[in-house]
Design a protein around this ligand. Structure first.
Ligand code: SAH
Ligand code: SF4
Ligand code: F3S
Length: 446
């Protein structure tokens, strides 16, 4: 056994939390921690949490309860809570669960090494500030070790949109964009470490406005400079707001070679009355018009969305408007949720839709979305796609990767290695993936 202290991190919520968990592990690396996948081996357990819906937030307390046994066996075990529940609930977490040693918000985790010194001295550490300084300027340098072929890169954080249902503007703070040179530096570093695909992250990633050489950079301008990095083969971004889909970004989808034909563009509802109640600041028609323009720029783009059913005031007619919008768009992929009241948000105070109606609407909505997903997957059969292989599949000799359209694709071919990009002819569709065969060609067959 080595002397290094072991850190176990569990990540909930969005991709930004996945990215933050990597950075927190790196920050704690400077305090002598190496990561482990075995919770029983841990000297420190860190939960990187999500506050978006009630269930997600409450889960944290049951999860913490489960660590009681581990703490009894190892009284030196340290337990920390990071992320959006930490930001929203702060010291309340330590009151409800006294064995928690550390609470750190999403904007202060660069201070983890100092906080750990306090914790190791037997004190409790709490930091949920929104500091002046940029955490990225203070975080540990990213390691040089080789890594997998895909990576997330946070370029923008926070949200100024204040949708009436959403906690993100409160847990992540105001919109901030990282400067272009830092992003380019990090992207080049990732590519040197073996990364071939980068997904740019932001709570409102297309609201990106970063400082760079020659002035202000929009997301499209940032993508164009990333497009010039040799060895970087694919660029994606998430999550976007319809109102920030500007002309240059739509154009980039048609013109930028490395930008993949996939767009996650949440609409939440197809009813103008509900959209107004949500403070989304766009109508269903305006959303459909944006989709139309994106499809004109890139006809084969695969669209993905988020939907909320049972928002306060939603009637069956409003719900039917959402179903019609879905029929019109045809989503290849989607996420849908029952509205969940969140403390401190405007919609939480309003008259609520009956729970049984929410459940039933979600059921119908998900059936429609599942049908669209499977139809679009079936249409891929016989087509040739380019797959970036990421890891071995479930079966012996199988490899799994993602197509340009973010479909998971598996092939059985012993010659494929992680990080390879190959043409694959799609031969079958399963529930959440496609199967195919490797093609020996370098250019697309039309
Ligand atoms: N910034 C992104 C999404 C952030 S949260 C955007 O603007 O779309 C991810 C998704 O969670 C949202 O798109 C929404 O569909 C869902 N969500 C957020 N708050 C919710 C709530 N209170 N109840 C149910 N779903 C919610
Ligand atoms: Fe939440 Fe709306 Fe901001 Fe998205 S745009 S993070 S849904 S407030
Ligand atoms: Fe959840 Fe925070 Fe992401 S609330 S969805 S982890 S920004």
């Amino acid at each position: 056994m080595s002397d290094a202290k072991k850190l176990f991190i569990k990540t909930y919520g969005c991709q930004m939390n996945v990215y933050d968990s990597e950075r927190m592990a790196e920050a704690l690396g400077t305090s002598g921690y190496t990561t482990t996948d075995v919770v029983e081996d841990a000297d420190m357990i860190l939960l990187n949490t999500c506050h978006i819906r009630e269930k997600a937030a409450e889960k944290i307390y049951s999860e913490l309860g489960r660590f009681k046994g581990l703490k009894a066996e190892n009284p030196d075990l340290k337990i920390g809570v990071a992320g959006c529940v930490a930001q929203a609930e702060g010291a309340e977490i330590m009151r409800r669960q006294p064995m928690v040693n550390l609470v750190v918000g999403p904007q202060t985790y660069h201070r983890l090494p100092e906080m750990m010194l306090e914790v190791e001295a037997g004190k409790k550490a709490l930091d949920t500030d929104f500091p002046e300084e940029d955490k990225f300027d203070h975080l540990a340098k990213r390691p040089k070790a080789k890594r997998g072929p895909t990576a997330f890169l946070t370029v923008q954080e926070g949200c100024d949109k204040f949708c009436a249902f959403c906690v993100v503007p409160y847990t992540r703070g105001a919109e901030v964009s990282r400067p272009v040179d830092r992003i380019l530096g990090e992207a080049r570093d990732l590519v040197e470490r073996g990364v071939r695909e980068i997904t740019l992250l932001g709570q409102n990633v297309n609201a990106y406005h970063g400082a760079g050489e020659g002035g202000d950079y929009t997301l499209a301008r940032l993508i164009w400079v990333l497009n010039d990095i040799d060895g970087l083969e694919r660029i994606r971004f998430t999550t976007s707001h319809p109102n920030d889909m500007d002309d240059t970004l739509i154009e980039a989808h048609g013109a930028c070679e490395k930008l993949m034909p996939y767009l996650h563009l949440p609409v939440q509802s197809g009813s103008d009355k509900v959209l107004k109640g949500m403070n989304r600041k766009h109508t269903a028609k305006e959303y459909l018009r944006i989709i139309e323009r994106i499809r004109k720029a890139r006809p084969d783009i695969l669209l993905s969305g988020d939907f909320i059913v049972g928002f306060p005031g939603e009637t069956e007619d409003d719900f039917q408007d959402t179903m019609r919008l879905i029929e019109e768009v045809r989503y290849g992929q989607a996420y849908s949720f029952k509205y969940s009241t969140r403390p401190g948000t405007p919609a939480a105070e309003r008259a609520q839709v009956d729970e049984a109606a929410k459940t039933e609407r979600l059921y119908r909505l998900q059936a429609l979305l599942a049908r669209q997903q499977s139809e679009i997957q079936n249409e891929m059969i016989g087509r040739d796609v380019k797959v970036l292989f990421e890891k071995p599949g479930r079966l012996d000799g199988q490899m799994v990767g993602k197509s340009e359209y973010l479909h998971a694709v598996h092939v059985s071919d012993p010659n494929i290695a992680t990080g390879d990009i190959k043409w694959v002819r799609i031969t079958g569709s399963e529930r959440n993936s496609l199967g195919g065969e490797i093609l020996e060609k370098t250019a697309p067959v039309s």
